[in-house]
Design a protein around this ligand. Structure first.
Ligand SMILES: NC(=O)c1ccc[n+]([C@@H]2O[C@H](COP(=O)([O-])OP(=O)(O)OC[C@H]3O[C@@H](n4cnc5c(N)ncnc54)[C@H](OP(=O)(O)O)[C@@H]3O)[C@@H](O)[C@H]2O)c1
Length: 250
């Protein structure tokens, strides 16, 4: 490893699973002091043990503003001011437009859109000038896919936030960029299926849909996040890094 984040303080929301966990592991291996968050305490504990470099975990829901304020206060008290913030926590929900309930709509908006907005707001007082903020969108933010309307719109909102936040935070030299994954092999598909076989079938369908004929790995997304987190991307602000196996362009 090349110590690209040596002694930097990095917070990854939703760091107990999938892309967030792979990112936490890579950042810790690159020398960062890492804090992960999530709602499930047991999952956080298991994850933190696998990250190393004395990573810490803090329980909290990103759709709860009091939780967010407490999380960032605790990060600063335990690790110091934040250099890298990855707003990664999100949920996925699929249903035809006709069947999508108000409850599903509110939940996805609260966690994915409002949660990302207030994650950045509540972190700001605890962030160093020159910090890198990474918001997590999705390839479907700019591609029409059946059953994805609310999720896709929440991720399009996140893409937009990065532009506005970045413009507003220029005076503190805080860069806000977006990581845009296409389908990646994480436990998220378990949340929208009933059996492991069903989840495998959804992933196989997505692999067939992707021009490169496979889905991505959490490690590929983590490597892109490292680029956005480090000085390597110093000339990027308000922009987007797309890792989608060609889905949007080909
Ligand atoms: N995997 C893909 O194919 C894919 C494609 C495009 C974009 N993305 C985006 O990439 C990011 C990571 O996805 P993933 O596939 O790695 O997801 P995942 O494996 O399902 O992990 C989601 C993480 O977010 C946490 N989380 C969920 N709701 C939360 C809340 N309200 N408050 C705090 N933490 C919460 C989860 O922990 P708890 O449940 O314990 O809270 C978990 O740590 C998401 O933003 C997702 O939308 C993923």
């Amino acid at each position: 490893m090349s110590d690209k984040l040596k002694n930097k303080v990095a917070v990854i929301t939703g760091g107990s699973s999938g892309i967030g966990l792979a990112t936490a592991k890579l950042f810790a291996a690159e020398g960062a002091k890492v804090a992960i968050t999530g709602r499930n305490k047991d999952n956080l504990k298991k994850a933190v043990d696998s990250i190393g470099n004395q990573a810490i975990s803090i329980t909290g829901d990103v759709s709860n503003l009091a939780n967010l304020a407490a999380i960032f206060q605790q990060v600063e008290a335990q690790l110091g001011k934040i250099d890298v913030l990855v707003a990664n926590a999100a949920i996925y929900a699929l249903a035809p437009l006709a069947d999508f309930t108000e409850e599903m709509f509110d939940k996805i908006s609260d966690i994915n859109f409002k949660g990302t907005f207030f994650t950045v707001q509540k972190a700001l007082p605890h962030m160093n000038n020159g910090a890198s903020v990474i918001l997590t969108s999705s390839v479907v933010a700019e591609k029409g896919v059946p059953q994805h309307a609310a999720y896709a719109a929440s991720k399009a909102a996140v893409r937009s936030l990065a532009r506005s936040f970045s413009a507003e935070l220029l005076d503190r030299s805080i860069r806000v960029n977006v990581l845009t994954p296409g389908p990646a092999d994480t436990p998220v598909f378990d949340s929208v299926t009933n059996t492991p076989e069903e989840a495998a079938a959804v992933k196989a369908g997505m692999a067939a849909f992707a021009p490169v004929k496979r889905i991505g790995t959490p490690e590929e997304m983590a490597a892109a996040s490292l680029f956005l987190a480090s000085a390597d991307s110093a000339f990027m602000a308000g922009a987007e890094l797309l890792l989608d196996g060609g889905i949007r362009s080909l």
